[in-house]
Design a protein around this ligand. Structure first.
Ligand code: NIG
Ligand code: FE
Length: 400
């Protein structure tokens, strides 16, 4: 399992007690099983890539050497769902919810008002602050969305800012119908599929829609996603957050990369996902922060559905940027094993973004690595809330 060492500087990371590769086929020394673990392992980084992976006693020489101190190395977390182009704060709304007020999509409009009023520099600074916050917790790839602008100009500027700072950018003009279109939702769908799409398509890879009662129905969602697809965007869908609906089956029908939330699923939804390549992305931070029931990951996994975990980081329904927190919730509340949750937060997120260069530690993969101050990855769930991230490499560069 060697890839040609580039002329770039190489670094040997050795004395790794537990290495999560997520691909036992690609690594000779890996154990069978979901995470393709290697015990007493080493990794060689060359330039921005992983060049060699295996047992420490077989490791090749490299220019530099890092002693992992008998700790755990895993792929950087892939957070495939966030909403970080926003201004303002909704702490009061959270407090009201915790005293009994229900969560509704209506809160989004509070953030829309604050976001429209914010200058570009403030939006960019807020995004960068959250990207760094996520990085400190081991997130090396982020997807983020527009959706708090909801005018042609405000959506386009959100995406222009996003593409400067994150890897994966999603056009979510169809987050909710803004107040100025309250009496003309069809007119808003025309805007989202027409002039707004024209202004946004070049700045995004993905098109998303909040398909839910109070946001967009199945027919509207189909029109929005297919319009985006006609412009080369790949669909992903907010589905089944507040109740069951047409979103999951629509996602599967359109071969969406992911159906996100999946808190409320019918048996037909689960069947549809199981017979598709659409990933179910579960967002337990959202269910936590809205005091909603948790999705049943066990049901999905037992049916053969690919599951990803993500933060959904946004100022309303899930104001956490912490993938370790989501892993802990997934294990305690969603019925996942620690191995399944760690896979879902790394390789699962990569699958939800249709990426094979991230979410694994194998020769040729991007060298996005997290060193945990723990003997194994199980500690991510076993020690909830504890800052275990000791070091982070992004594209081969030590960033923390
Ligand atoms: O994914 N579901 C829709 N959008 C966000 C909520 C955004 C908000 O409340 O501001 C979500 O949970
Ligand atoms: Fe979301």
């Amino acid at each position: 399992t060697t890839a040609p060492l580039a002329a770039a500087t190489s670094t040997l990371v050795t004395n790794i007690a537990t290495l999560v590769t997520n691909d036992h086929d690609a690594v000779e020394d890996a154990e069978d099983g979901l995470l393709g673990l290697v015990r007493d392992a080493a990794v060689v980084i060359a330039g921005d890539r992983v060049a060699w992976v295996g047992a420490a006693d077989r490791a090749p020489a490299a220019d530099n050497r890092v002693d992992a101190g008998g700790r755990t190395l895993l792929p950087g977390f892939v957070d495939s769902h966030s909403h970080l182009l926003f201004a303002g704060d909704r702490g009061e709304e959270f407090a009201a919810r915790m005293s009994g007020r229900p969560y509704t999509a209506g809160g989004i409009r509070t953030t829309v008002e604050a976001t429209r009023a914010a200058p570009d520099e403030r939006l960019a600074a807020n995004l960068v602050r959250h990207v760094r916050e996520a990085l400190r917790q081991g997130t090396t790839t982020l997807e983020t969305k527009s959706g708090y602008g909801l005018t042609v100009e405000d959506e386009a500027r959100a995406l222009r800012i996003a593409e400067e700072h994150v890897d994966e950018v999603t056009y979510l003009g169809a987050h909710v119908v803004p107040p100025e279109y309250a009496d003309d939702p069809a007119g808003y769908v025309d805007l989202v599929t027409g002039p707004m799409l024209d202004a946004c398509a070049l700045h995004a890879r993905w098109v998303d829609v909040f398909c839910e009662r109070g946001a967009f129905d199945g027919d509207q969602a189909r029109a929005i996603l297919t319009a985006g697809m006609a412009r080369g965007l790949v669909p992903r869908v907010h589905a089944g957050q507040l109740g069951p609906g047409p979103g999951v089956r629509l996602a599967v029908e359109l071969d969406a990369a992911s159906a996100d939330h999946c808190t409320h699923l019918t048996d037909a939804d689960v069947d549809a996902l199981a017979n598709s390549r659409t990933v179910a992305t579960l967002l337990p931070g959202c269910d936590f922060s809205t005091r909603a029931p948790y999705p049943d990951a066990r049901r999905l996994l037992d049916a053969g559905v690919t599951v990803a975990l993500s933060t959904d980081c946004n100022p309303g329904s899930s104001y956490t940027s912490s993938m370790p927190f989501c892993v802990a919730l997934a294990v305690r509340e969603l019925g996942m094993t620690p191995d399944e949750a760690v896979w879902a937060a790394t390789a699962g997120g990569a699958a939800a973004l249709r990426r094979i260069d991230i979410g694994r530690v194998t020769p040729g993969a991007r060298a996005d690595l997290v060193l945990l101050d723990a003997p194994s990855h199980v500690h991510l769930a076993y020690r909830p809330g504890v800052p275990l991230v000791a070091a982070v490499w992004q594209r081969g560069t030590r960033v923390l």
